[in-house]
Write a protein that binds this ligand. Structure first.
Ligand SMILES: C[S@@+](CC[C@H](N)C(=O)[O-])C[C@H]1O[C@@H](n2cnc3c(N)ncnc32)[C@H](O)[C@@H]1O
Length: 278
């Protein structure tokens, strides 16, 4: 009897019996900003596990027989705890299924994609990552605010305004330097604090700043103001999440470069997101 055990072959057999998880970025909202690879995987998936910020036009690209599992994750309202999402992904893949884990924007930018992949890696579940357009890039483009510009900003920093423990403890001296753009994700509830901290650390109250809500969608709204006036203006206008704050002199360029709603009126067929229901 041959007692030789071919471990690589056994592992390969195990891998083929196991399914796979594709961690896919859905982009910032407009379904036309999805990558071709994301669209193809959505059409072929056995099961799609998706988050709160993925809109109906993107979900419409899921193949007809695929199972759809909503796992939520609105601020302070997680429909499934992160540990349960991790376990779910492992279980679905081990059942031999092709799983698309679909997240808003890019999965590696404030998306906990890294945390989910660490669990898959530890459990020996195969995975791939498909990047998406992160909200900062998509939203700034549709708002007509270039994130860098040789005259105004040589760098751009992305930060989250909402930490795990609910606080907003950022490196204010670094963020309050001129000649850069600061983009704050999840910063709406802490907006007044963010603006006053930036002023307290050296930026003038007249420094340009904007909030863009529902960016890249028909419902997109943009409020441009200054650090001294932004929080009040946003409250007055009633902007709602998801919203992104952009701080820096590039915000002024919107006066010249805003294009989205004008393009929608001129060429609605070429801008389906500008006419679709948000
Ligand atoms: C949990 S983070 C996820 C970020 C995502 N992974 C990405 O790369 O864009 C969610 C935050 O992204 C921002 N965001 C996402 N989509 C947005 C949109 N369409 N308009 C404005 N902000 C958006 C908001 O700040 C929101 O609170």
């Amino acid at each position: 009897m041959n007692s030789f055990v071919d471990i690589p072959a056994m592992m390969a057999a195990c891998r083929s019996a196991c399914g796979k998880v594709y961690l896919v970025g859905a982009g910032p909202g407009d379904a036309e900003l999805l990558t071709l690879r994301a669209a193809r995987l959505l059409a072929q998936a056995d099961v799609v596990v998706y988050d709160h910020l993925v809109g109906p036009e993107v979900l419409a690209l899921i193949g007809g027989v695929a199972e759809r599992l909503y796992v939520g994750k609105e601020r302070s309202h997680h429909s499934l705890p992160q540990e349960d999402i991790n376990t779910l992904l492992v279980r679905l893949a081990r059942a031999g299924r092709m799983v698309v884990r679909l997240k808003g924007g890019d999965p590696f930018v404030f998306g906990r994609g890294g945390e989910e992949l660490q669990v898959l890696a530890a459990e020996g579940v195969p995975f791939e990552v498909v990047p998406g357009i992160t909200a900062a890039c998509g939203v700034a483009s549709y708002a007509g605010i270039p994130l860098t510009h040789r005259d105004f900003a040589q760098s751009c920093t992305f930060v989250t305004g909402h930490l795990k423990d609910g606080s907003c403890d950022l490196d204010w001296p670094a963020l309050a330097r001129p000649r850069q753009t600061v983009v704050i994700y999840m910063g709406l509830s802490g907006l007044a604090t963010i603006c006053s901290q930036l002023v307290a650390h050296g930026l003038p109250e007249s420094w340009p700043a904007a909030v863009v809500a529902q960016g890249t969608l028909a419902a997109q709204r943009v409020v441009c103001a200054t650090l001294g006036t932004l929080a009040e203006a946003v409250a007055r206008e009633g902007l709602q999440s998801p919203a992104l704050t952009i701080v820096g002199e590039v915000v002024r360029l919107r006066d010249e470069l805003a294009w989205f709603h004008a393009a929608a009126q001129a060429e609605p067929a070429l801008n389906p997101a500008s006419t679709a229901e948000a």
